[in-house]
Design a protein around this ligand. Structure first.
Ligand code: ASP
Length: 450
């Protein structure tokens, strides 16, 4: 039994839907189809979800909504006409889009989520209709009926554990179930979405709920590449990754799959495969709990920018009990998340995402560190990037660091900091952003091209 999820670019046009239908039909185990809203047909196009945001903004500002309503309805109409699905489904979708503009605005914490969810909800109805018309017994099912219940946290819902028992009952359905991604329903019956890109999360929850043998996530690339294709020319697609490796790569900028989507499938011990709707014969990337055979030490190289570092020095820091706690407490009180803390004997660096450090918070940190903690020096270092080499098998290989250091040295890349967690799944290098691309290329050449 398989759960199959299609992203927006796989559902952007009738031609894409035809591919989707062939993929679902080709394997009778593909019983649960989770869908996104129609995505972009070309570079300059607008995603239906983004159009719904525009619609919501116009509605709450009490502006004329007719143009944006029509744009959204026309988007579905184009697909319905090209697939010759008839008037019934178009009327159903039009009504649902128009009705959004009669929902209460005042005191409605879930209004934004309800607008956004309409993108996937209507697409699921359309797709179920299309499958049925082509002889595949299929049924649209709303998350409420399916049993996907979530916390009341608009825009960042989390699944309620009680959902899983109810979802398991879906195994007994005979039809192919078409489920809209991206949202669940609160116990009070309100629509509540996951964060953007959250249809991946729905797929993972359904896979865990129905105890699927496989969660297939279809997108528009041949799986996950060993480095970003915008940085490295034609990087190879990774055939197998562990959940831990995927998490590390996603953290450092690999965005093929929503990072929260890994959790339900991981806990449910369900293997996941990322495949390409436009090239379904390509095996894609399988994400597994443990590698199935021998693998190379480094499976992927990621880089991400927009980091800053708070560099603190204080003579005899190592002897001062509680120093680290006091520093972190300052950050906690300012509600700042930190990412890494490389240390020396008398110094400590706190690496953060730049967006965490507003000018006011920065001043406050500097003032508290100098006045209360009496540090000798504090400096904010900006324009930093992190580079990660990732691979569970690094642990049992000697010379991985030597190889990385040699690549950096050969390309004159200056390392600001290095950090490796005890699980040894990754090594992180902090460098200046201006050298990020060169660093990723240097590492890719060294680990994969040599
Ligand atoms: N349509 C939503 C978004 O654009 C969710 C998704 O596509 O996964 O964020």
């Amino acid at each position: 039994m398989k759960v199959i999820k299609f992203g927006g670019s796989s559902l952007a046009s009738a031609a894409q839907l035809e591919k989707v239908f062939q993929i679902v039909k080709a394997d009778k185990d593909r019983r649960f189809v989770v869908v996104s809203a129609p995505g972009k047909r070309h570079e300059d196009d607008t995603k239906v979800t983004d159009a719904l945001i525009k619609y919501y903004k116009a509605y709450i500002a009490e502006k004329n909504v007719a143009d944006i309503q029509n744009w959204i309805i026309d988007r579905y109409r184009g697909i319905i006409d090209d697939l010759s699905l008839g008037q019934g489904i178009l009327e159903r979708i039009s009504k649902s889009i128009i009705d959004l503009a009669s929902l209460p605005i005042e005191g409605n914490a879930f209004l934004y989520d309800t607008f956004l969810a309409a993108g996937e909800d209507n697409n699921a109805k359309l797709i179920a209709e299309y499958f049925k018309k082509n002889g595949l017994p299929a049924r649209y099912i709303h998350p409420q009926e399916a049993g996907l219940f979530v916390t009341s946290e608009p825009g960042k819902a989390r699944t309620l554990p009680s959902s899983y028992d109810k979802l398991e009952e879906l195994r007994n359905c005979d039809e192919v179930l078409v489920i809209p991604g991206f949202f669940g329903v609160t116990t009070e019956g309100q629509i509540c979405t996951f964060s953007r890109g959250g249809s991946d999360i729905t797929g993972s929850i359904i896979a865990a709920g129905v105890k699927a043998d496989l969660y297939e996530n279809f997108t528009d690339v041949d799986g996950i590449f060993a480095a970003h294709p915008g940085v490295v020319k034609k990087p190879h697609s990774i055939s197998e990754l562990t959940y831990k490796e995927m998490r590390e790569l996603a953290y450092a900028g690999f965005s093929v799959l929503h990072d929260e989507a890994l959790i339900p499938a991981y806990r449910g011990k369900i293997p996941l495969v990322i495949k390409n709707t436009n090239n379904p014969d390509h095996p894609g990337t399988k994400i597994v709990l443990k590698h199935t055979g021998a693998t190379i030490p480094v499976v992927g190289i990621a880089g991400d920018d927009d980091f800053v570092s708070i560099n603190i020095s204080k003579y005899l820091m190592n002897r001062e009990v509680g120093f680290g706690r006091k520093v972190l407490q300052i950050l906690e009180e300012l509600n700042i998340r930190w990412e890494h803390i490389p240390t020396g004997i008398d110094d400590m660096s706190i690496v953060l995402r730049a967006r965490e450090l507003t000018p006011i918070k920065e001043q406050e940190i500097i003032s508290q560190l100098t006045r209360h903690l009496e540090v000798d020096e504090v400096e904010i270092e900006r324009d930093l990037s992190i580079i990660m080499i990732v691979g569970e098998n690094m642990k049992s290989h000697i010379g991985v660091m030597a190889k990385a250091a040699e690549a950096f040295s050969k390309h004159h890349i200056n390392l600001e900091m290095i950090s490796q967690g005890s699980s040894e799944v990754s090594v992180m290098f902090v460098i200046k952003t201006e050298q990020e691309k060169a660093a990723v290329r240097a590492l890719y050449d060294s680990f994969f091209n040599s």
